[in-house]
Design a protein around this ligand. Structure first.
Ligand code: FAD
Length: 415
């Protein structure tokens, strides 16, 4: 079997792996990326949040993305019947980017991967990790290419950015069930022929069908729009008769009074995908000689589009710590990596849980709006979940519930 020797092996060329590998290459590390599929490939996760821009900029990937003309996302609209709540990222608490993009991920990820290649990184497509052995922090990874040929890659550190492939969690028995209740989704893209001109046509929106069931509408600059329905697994399965995800998504669209006219009769560009019980977790985010990033570690829920931001945050941090370790420093991975990443995960976990209890929806749709509360929640939704100056970050587990309870009492008193 042939052998290769690198400093760092990155598994997966999604956004997390691209950010990691670009940062390492910029710092003169011999890094290699192996990617199971051939790009462009379809993947879900099209609504970004501003925090990702910090990482793309720091990794030197921003200019290539900026040239692509992806639809700018300036905020997001949440709707419940006639009630509407619009967040504008330029009106948020604290520092940070006030815009990002909403993107067809096949094109977006392909742009990232090509830029990684342009930087001189050895990115091998159609090459799948099938095994790994560790000896201290050194490892030997076995990969298989599309012709079935295998080879060994010897590395001093491995960053597992394999997303839903969850390579090291599977191989090292690190899988752990998510604490969130099981939810599922069905999604597809449509040719958005009924799209209105102006903001209405391009506004990213989340339409609440029932407290735990919502529809996403993510318009792209190429004229297509992503549509998805999310809900408790049982609910989503009740929409699917005889395995027919196409009829299920049609049914879901018909449940939205606001969007049924625009999307009721448009053609799906591919057979809708059913993503069952998508939340996942791991027993540990790191081990001797490796770190797990992005969806290879923890995935919560699509409702606040936090997936990509965690993917790039963890990809960037893992790369920085790996660099320091390769330069001879002793790294406290528990404190500097796991504790840091899980702080942000915990903040978003609160918001996801309170979304599905309905408490957060009480806050979003309360009238009159409290501009100060809204700015602080907006900063969370922009992904700035490590800014402890924001009480809606620092006190996340009490702030949302207490305020929702206060609103409920106020409503009762008004009756
Ligand atoms: P990925 O983008 O999945 O990339 C991992 C790569 O690793 C893939 O290209 C894969 O082919 C490769 N790979 C897998 N196995 C192997 C192997 N054995 N060897 C080599 N390579 C391998 N996030 C958002 O930010 N916004 C959203 O709107 C959003 N919506 C979502 C909706 C749903 C229903 C779900 C389930 C998730 C959503 N997400 C969203 C989450 C988003 O999809 C992920 O967080 C994001 O793609 C993670 O990026 P990544 O780089 O970690 O992994």
């Amino acid at each position: 079997m042939s052998k290769e020797f690198v400093d760092v092996l990155v598994i997966g060329a999604g956004p997390s792996g691209c950010v990691s590998s670009a940062y390492l290459k910029n710092n003169n590390i011999n890094v290699k990326v192996v990617e199971k599929t051939k790009f462009p490939r379809l993947v879900v996760g099209e609504s970004l949040i501003p925090r990702v821009m910090d990482h793309f900029e720091e990794a030197g990937l921003f200019p290539a993305l900026d040239k692509m003309g992806f639809e700018k996302k300036l905020g997001a609209r949440f709707m419940r019947g006639d009630e509407v709540c619009i967040f504008d990222f330029s009106n948020k608490f604290g520092e940070g980017w006030d815009w990002t993009w909403q993107v067809p991920r096949a094109d977006f990820d392909n742009t990232l991967a090509q830029e990684v290649i342009n930087k001189g990184i050895d990115l091998e497509f159609e090459t799948e990790v099938v095994g790994i052995e560790f000896n201290g922090t050194d490892s030997i990874t076995t990969v298989k290419n599309r012709d079935g040929e295998t080879k060994e890659i010897h590395a001093k550190f491995v960053i597992d950015s394999s997303g839903y492939g969850r390579v090291l969690p599977r191989l090292l028995d690190l899988e752990k069930p998510s604490k969130l209740s099981p939810h599922s989704a069905i999604f597809s893209h449509v040719d958005d022929i009924n799209r209105e001109e102006g903001v209405e046509g391009t506004l990213i929106s989340f339409d609440i069908i029932e407290t735990e069931v919502w529809l996403w509408v993510i318009p792209f600059s190429n004229g297509n729009t992503s549509l998805g329905i999310v809900g408790p697994t049982e609910y989503i399965e009740s929409l699917i008769e005889n395995g027919d995800a196409t009829s299920a998504l049609r049914k879901a669209i018909s449940l939205s009074d606001y969007y049924v006219k625009r999307f009721g009769d448009v053609k799906f560009l591919f057979e809708p995908k059913h993503l069952k019980d998508y939340s996942c977790s791991v027993k540990s985010l790191f081990g001797d000689g490796f770190a797990l990033t992005g969806n290879a570690s923890e995935f919560l829920d699509p409702v606040f589009s936090s997936g990509m931001a965690f993917a790039t945050e963890s990809g960037m941090l893992a790369a920085k710590l790996a660099l320091r370790q390769l330069n001879g420093e002793t790294i406290d991975w528990q404190k500097e990596y796991s504790d840091y990443i899980l702080y942000g995960v915990n903040v978003f976990t609160t918001y996801v849980k309170e979304w599905y209890t309905g408490n957060l929806q009480e806050l979003f749709f309360h009238q009159p709006e409290n501009p100060d509360v809204k700015r602080k929640i907006c900063a969370v939704l922009a992904g700035y979940v490590w800014n402890k100056k924001n009480p809606f970050v620092r006190l996340h587990d009490s702030a949302v519930i207490n305020l929702a309870n206060y609103i409920k009492i106020e409503k009762l008193e008004q009756q």
